[in-house]
Write a protein that binds this ligand. Structure first.
Ligand SMILES: Nc1nc2c(ncn2[C@@H]2O[C@H](COP(=O)(O)OP(=O)(O)OP(=O)(O)O)[C@@H](O)[C@H]2O)c(=O)[nH]1
Ligand SMILES: [Mg+2]
Length: 369
């Protein structure tokens, strides 16, 4: 049987340094059973980004293969990009088998929000998608909040032990959560998507619980995928996200970076009140329609896209769509951020890449006035 990397699950090989899973033969044939491929070594020690040639289909097949061994699924969702953290593949799996849902990155939420409120909101959103999990855990693998709760929930439903498949889209923190659960920095974690390449089995010590880490699936329609790798990184917040509240009249325009133009259409005296949420590196800029056009063409302080990927972004087909968002609802730009309406209805015209998903949902965070 071939040896596998303990960090990303790839089969190890000593022949070609340019292929996945490379390790010098001297190490590969040595006595150690816990081997780390050269790519994982570089990611762990130097934080390098090393792209691979694995495809969307490869990742999907790998998850499907591991599914057969699992008693329960532990899907991981990103709290600030909930809509961007699932795709049909994940929803299909969750409709088929028992799951304990984990909502990660609680530390990124700016407002005081009680985890039980978040859990209720998630339960409702998942019910709309036809998913009824056994339980929901709200966690932050960054500060450790709620991690023990995952362990307790698995123990509660599977007192004699279980094999749990940890799945989700790229970068939601699957591997980080596994490391926290086992109490060691074992599987490879990085800020770049596509870190885990194959399934990796790890046991929580003295627990009869085996966790299977899996490669992240890739959803469609994320605005973050319309910009370069560097801009993409700025859209995945490392720290608390920004919030800005607006009370503006007809024809005022809010730019969300250079990616989305929001034009307010309300023509009554009572101006709508809404808050905009996104990563701190996304420029929020209020202006008028003529100035917006000029800024989108020329201004380099409005990012993303950055100066390097702006020309490519400009070539992407855009469309204009009108939305009416009621008080207590949010307009979500998958993979980018959202607008939460405090006093509505908010009537807007959105100019954005045509293939980006825009969703109206019940408010996750109700903005303060
Ligand atoms: N702020 C914050 N960042 C987190 C948290 N959990 C994980 N991250 C970060 O998210 C990024 C991705 O983490 P990974 O654990 O590699 O994510 P993954 O889901 O295993 O990713 P793939 O293997 O690429 O599918 C890393 O930069 C982590 O440090 C969290 O609770 N809060
Ligand atoms: Mg991973």
């Amino acid at each position: 049987m071939s040896k596998k990397c303990i960090g990303c699950g790839i089969e190890l090989q000593g022949e070609n340094p340019n292929f996945n899973g490379y390790l010098p033969t001297s190490v590969l044939e040595g006595p150690s059973k816990e081997l780390l491929c050269q790519r994982c070594f570089k990611i762990k020690n130097y934080g390098q980004y090393i792209p691979t040639k694995m495809s969307k289909e490869d990742y999907k097949n790998e998850v499907r293969k591991s599914l057969k061994e699992a008693d329960v699924a532990i899907p991981v969702f990103d709290i600030i990009d909930f809509e961007g953290s699932f795709n049909d593949e994940i929803l299909d799996i969750l409709r088929e088998m028992d799951s304990i849902v984990v909502i990660n990155k609680l530390d990124l939420i700016p407002d005081q929000k009680h985890p039980s409120e978040v859990a209720d909101w998630v339960k409702k959103r998942l019910a709309e998608e036809g998913v009824a999990p056994l339980d929901i855990a709200i966690v932050s693998s960054k500060n450790g909040y709620g991690i023990n709760g995952i362990f307790k929930k698995v123990k509660h439903f599977y007192p004699d032990g279980a094999t749990a498949l940890v799945l989700g889209v790229t970068n939601v923190g699957k591997s980080s959560i596994i490391n926290k659960l086992i109490g060691a920095k074992r599987v490879t974690v990085s800020k770049f998507p596509g870190t885990t390449l194959k399934s990796v089995k790890t046991e929580i010590p003295f627990s009869k619980i085996t966790l299977i880490d899996t490669p992240g699936l890739i959803p469609e329609g994320r605005f973050s995928d319309f910009v370069c790798q560097e801009c993409n990184q700025t859209l995945i917040p490392a720290n608390e996200i920004s919030r800005k509240t607006y009370k503006v009249q007809k024809d005022r325009v809010i730019l969300i970076g250079g990616m989305i133009q929001v034009k307010v259409l309300n023509d009554d005296d009572l101006k709508p009140i809404f808050a905009l949420y996104a990563s701190k590196d996304v420029t929020f800029h209020e202006t008028n329609i003529e100035k917006a056009k000029e800024l989108l063409e020329k201004a380099d302080f409005i990012t993303p896209p950055c100066s390097k990927c702006k020309a490519d972004f400009d070539k992407i087909e855009k469309s204009t769509v009108e939305y009416t968002v009621e008080t207590g609802e949010e307009l979500v730009f998958k993979g980018l951020g959202w607008i939460s309406v405090k006093r509505g209805p908010l009537k807007v015209e959105i100019l954005a890449p045509k293939d980006g998903d825009i969703i109206v949902r019940d408010a996750f965070i109700k903005p303060k006035r």
